[in-house]
Design a protein around this ligand. Structure first.
Ligand SMILES: N[C@@H](CCC(=O)N[C@@H](CS)C(=O)NCC(=O)O)C(=O)O
Length: 341
C-alpha cells in the first residue's frame, strides 16, 4: 500500500512536471548571451536621457543603464538604447523589444498590475508641473480655467490633468500629442497656453525653448510621480538585479563610497557594510548571477547615486534641479535603500 502511494505520488509529480510550462529563459541570461543590454530610453529629456552631438546618450537614466551594463559585463558601454515615446514605451517592454525601461515612467497600480510589467525601485521622486508664457500673467494653475494645455499621450500627466480639473472645477482644453517633439513644438508655436509634464523634465524643456526667459514654471505640483526602471513580470532574477542596482547606487552614497575611492575602499575598508556591498565579504554578487565585485564595477562606471544626480542635475548643469526630496533619508529626504546583508 505504501509503495502504491509512493508510486502514485511519483506519477503525480511527473505529470505536474510535464504539464508545467517550460521555464522561460531569464532576461539576464539573454543579455549575457547577446553581449549587451537593450535599454528603453526617452525621446530626449535633458538631464534624464539625451543624445549629445556625437549621438551618445547621456543622463541620469542613461547612467542607470550604464550601471547595469557595468554590473554584468564590467563595461558600461555594453548598453544600447531604443528611443521610445510615452505612448509606445510599455508595449516595447511587454513585447520583449527592450530588457528594461529606464525612462521617466511613473509607478502606478494600473501599470504594475495586470499588464505583465513590474516596477523595480524609485530612483527619482517627481511631481507634475506646468509651464506658461510669462505674458499671460498666470501665477497659479487655478488661473488656467478655460486654457488650452499641451500634453503627451499615454502619460499619467494626461490623467492627472483631468483629475485636477474635475476636483477643482477647472475646465482645461487638453491638446494631446503622440510624441514629445510634437507636444513641445505645439506649445512653442502657441497652440496651447500651457504645457504640463513632470517638473524635472519641464525645467530641462524650458532651457531648450527659443527664449526660456519668456516662460515660467508655476509653483504648484499636482501629483506624485515616483519614477524608476521597469521590467517584465515573472522574471525574478532580472527583477532582483535591476532593483538591487538602484539600491546599490543609493547605499554607496550613504556609505560614502565614490567613483574616486571605490577601488581603495574595496581593498582596505574595515566597515562591514561596505565590505559586504563591495564583495570583500560574502557572496551577494554571485547570488545575483554576477561576480561579487558587481557594486565596485557599478560605482567605478557611474559613481554613486548622488554623483550621478550631481553630474546631470547639479548647479553647474543646464538642467539644474534642487535635490529636494531626492536627498538621502539621512539628510531629510526620501531616498532610502534596504541594507545589503
Ligand atoms: N512620468 C509620466 C510622464 C512621462 C513622460 O513620458 N513625459 C512626456 C512629457 S516630458 C514625455 O514625452 N517625455 C519625454 C520622454 O521621456 O521622451 C508617466 O510615466 O506617464
Amino acid at each position: 500500500m505504501k509503495k502504491l502511494l509512493l508510486n502514485l505520488a511519483a506519477g503525480l509529480a511527473l505529470t505536474a512536471a510535464a504539464s508545467a510550462p517550460a521555464l522561460a529563459q531569464s532576461t539576464l541570461d539573454k543579455i549575457k548571451a547577446r553581449g549587451n543590454i537593450i535599454c528603453g530610453t526617452s525621446e530626449g529629456v535633458p538631464g534624464f536621457s539625451l543624445q549629445d552631438n556625437g549621438g551618445v546618450w547621456k543622463g541620469f537614466d542613461t547612467d542607470f543603464c550604464r550601471a547595469l551594463a557595468a554590473a554584468i559585463f564590467n563595461d558600461p558601454n555594453k548598453a544600447s538604447y531604443l528611443s521610445l515615446s510615452s505612448k509606445n514605451r510599455l508595449v516595447a517592454l511587454q513585447s520583449g523589444e527592450i530588457d528594461v525601461l529606464a525612462r521617466t515612467t511613473t509607478w502606478t497600480l494600473g501599470r504594475d498590475i495586470g499588464q505583465g510589467l513590474t516596477f523595480t525601485a524609485v530612483n527619482y521622486y517627481d511631481g507634475q508641473g506646468f509651464i506658461v508664457r510669462k505674458k499671460l500673467g498666470v501665477t497659479n494653475v487655478k488661473d488656467l480655467n478655460g486654457a488650452s494645455v499641451c500634453v503627451a499621450q499615454g502619460t499619467t500627466t494626461e490623467l492627472n490633468l483631468a483629475d485636477y480639473g474635475r476636483t477643482n472645477g477647472i475646465k482645461f482644453e487638453t491638446v494631446a500629442f503622440a510624441t514629445l517633439d510634437d507636444t513641445v513644438q505645439a506649445y512653442e508655436a502657441g497652440r496651447c497656453d500651457a504645457y504640463t509634464t513632470d517638473l524635472s523634465a519641464l525645467s530641462g524643456t524650458r532651457s531648450r525653448l527659443k527664449d526660456p526667459e519668456e516662460h515660467i514654471l508655476l509653483q504648484q505640483v499636482i501629483s506624485k510621480e515616483p519614477l524608476g526602471p521597469w521590467v517584465r513580470k515573472n522574471d525574478a532574477a532580472w527583477f532582483d538585479l535591476v532593483r538591487w542596482t538602484v539600491f546599490a547606487l543609493i547605499n554607496a552614497e550613504e556609505l560614502g563610497v565614490t567613483q574616486a575611492n571605490v577601488e581603495e575602499m574595496a581593498k582596505s575598508s574595515q566597515n562591514p557594510e561596505i565590505r559586504r556591498m563591495l564583495g570583500s565579504e560574502g557572496k551577494f554578487g554571485e547570488s545575483l548571477g554576477l561576480s561579487n565585485d558587481w557594486v565596485v564595477r557599478i560605482i567605478k562606471a557611474v559613481g554613486n547615486y548622488g554623483e550621478s544626480f550631481e553630474r546631470h542635475f547639479g548647479a553647474n548643469t543646464r538642467t539644474s534641479l534642487p535635490r529636494g526630496v531626492n536627498k538621502l533619508w539621512t539628510q531629510g529626504g526620501l531616498q532610502y535603500a534596504p541594507p545589503i546583508r
